[in-house]
Design a binder for this molecule. Structure first.
Ligand SMILES: Nc1ncnc2c1ncn2[C@@H]1O[C@H](COP(=O)(O)OP(=O)(O)OP(=O)(O)O)[C@@H](O)[C@H]1O
Length: 321
């Protein structure tokens, strides 16, 4: 009779305790190999070694190896806005980069199917993610933040035709990718408060949400709608960010407030959520963003503004959420 316990011991030392469930039935040897945290190359090499070690054992005609992977809990932070153009994508990219600089293991998903802009903002335009067993591998951006965007999957303009379930499935593929080594995922939601947003939130259950608004009264009314969308889905609100707050003069640096100041902070208070800070309307933010160089990766006042917001988000996460 085949000595299964001797084989089990050998496999255990070969894989440093990653094998279990060894069984032999009618010549078929089955076992489970835990590949949690291993890179693709290492897991393939390990599978080959295991197979090699057992295939000639007495009574073994065939070997079946089931690979399992412990799912590390990913905390999703959704970034939403009541309407487009308020800088939600800019904030998402820079929040991810700033959190990374604070030492967090953070990834970025661009769920804005109707106008994906993260490939441009993060300087990864034209790259295509690889996939294995229908699961995608994130693209490694230059800023240490792995990312996936609808913009990496379709030609510009193509995504716009997607509706309902098709859009939802595509978004799920991005969130359910192989985010190995990542514990926090920033998700740049599509603008607005429609069905795609709601089903995305209900399905992927973000740990918290950041709302972005510009200072105008009308934008703040839209922001309130985004807030109620998250409340409806039971997602905790991390806070409100005021973007394009005040105009920073490119020559003298002086900040003026064409839309008044303090409105967003007051609105956050009225909506019962923390105010996370303001990002000025600055030419440098737009030019760096267009060039694929997130300002949060640099030095100076703009990087500082994003870092201050990231610190508050990090503090919120640190409270065990
Ligand atoms: N603080 C800022 N200062 C200057 N320009 C900014 C600032 N924030 C965003 N922008 C610029 O405004 C434009 C819109 O920003 P962004 O794409 O981030 O908005 P959005 O809310 O994600 O829009 P949409 O939802 O329509 O994709 C971009 O050209 C961006 O570079």
């Amino acid at each position: 009779m085949t000595d299964l316990s001797a084989i089990a011991d050998r496999l255990s030392s070969l894989t440093m305790g990653r094998t279990s469930g060894l069984r032999l039935r009618e010549g078929m040897l089955t076992l489970v190999l835990d590949v949690t945290g291993l890179s693709n190359d290492v897991r393939e090499a390990m599978e080959r070694e295991v197979r090699h070690a057992v295939q000639d054992a007495p009574g073994v005609d065939d070997v079946r190896i089931a690979m399992t992977q412990e799912k590390t809990a990913l905390r999703i932070i959704a970034v939403g806005s009541g309407k487009g153009g308020v800088g939600k994508s800019t904030l998402s990219a820079n929040l991810a980069v700033a959190l990374k600089r604070l030492g967090h293991r953070v990834g970025l998903v661009d769920a804005d199917i109707y106008g994906p802009s993260q490939p441009r903002l993060m300087g990864s335009e034209g790259e295509k993610p690889e996939a294995q067993d229908k699961q995608m591998f994130p693209i490694q951006s230059r800023w240490g933040v792995p990312m996936l965007s609808m913009g990496h999957l379709v030609k510009p303009g193509q995504a716009i035709a997607w509706r309902g379930p098709m859009a939802g499935n595509a978004l799920s593929q991005l969130v359910d990718a192989r985010w190995d080594g990542i514990d926090t995922l920033i998700v740049d939601l599509p603008p607005g408060t429609g069905d795609v947003q709601l089903s995305m939130i209900q399905k992927h259950k973000p740990a918290g949400a950041v709302i972005v608004s510009t200072p105008q009264d009308l934008a703040l009314i839209d922001a309130a709608r985004a807030v109620s969308l998250f409340e409806q889905a039971g997602v905790p609100l991390i806070g409100l960010v005021e973007n394009m707050a005040g105009y920073a003069c490119p020559s003298c640096g002086e900040v003026s407030d064409p839309f008044g100041s303090g409105g967003a902070e007051k609105a956050a208070g009225e909506m019962g959520m923390p105010f996370l800070g303001r990002i000025p309307l600055a030419m440098g933010i737009r030019t760096a963003s267009d060039a694929g160089e997130p300002p949060a990766a640099g030095d100076g006042a703009e990087a500082e503004a994003f870092r201050a917001i990231a610190e508050q988000v990090a503090a919120w996460l640190g409270k065990g959420r």
